[in-house]
Design a protein. Structure first.
Length: 133
């Protein structure tokens, strides 16, 4: 009888620990994603025009910067969230977008303080690389 109570207590402690750590991992991941990212065009790396992606507290925007004119044009904006799926899969889920094409789940392949690589896991293939601004 005492052994059953010990097993139950151990299970409750372990469950609580996993819930706590899971929540803090998501917050840490959100902190890494938040910020301004310059997209690297992997199909034309020498291009002087580029996109700026901004992620900030659940909101995102994509703007295009044209070097020849020095102008920035807003292309889309909306809302996003960071999610964990199956413990090891991390996603940026664009839940609302002014351009429907961008409303999708992007799996995070690599994420450091200075570099992010994501790809769309359904629909048209998108492989995107960024450096932090």
């Amino acid at each position: 009888l005492v052994f059953n109570y010990m097993k139950r207590g151990f299970f409750i402690i372990i469950t609580g620990l996993f819930l706590f750590l899971g929540g803090s991992c998501t917050k840490n991941l959100e902190d890494k994603v938040d910020g301004t990212w310059r997209r690297i065009d992997v199909t034309a790396p020498s291009s002087s025009d580029f996109e700026i992606w901004k992620f900030e507290i659940g909101n995102f925007s994509i703007s295009k910067f044209e070097t020849s004119t020095g102008s920035t044009t807003l292309q889309t904006y909306g809302e996003y969230e960071v999610k964990h799926k199956k413990l090891t899969r991390r996603y940026i889920c664009i839940t609302k977008s002014s351009v429907e094409y961008w409303q999708a789940n992007f799996r995070i392949r690599e994420l450091t303080k200075t570099k992010m690589v994501i790809y769309r896991d359904t629909g048209p293939l998108e492989y995107l690389e960024f450096i932090k601004q």
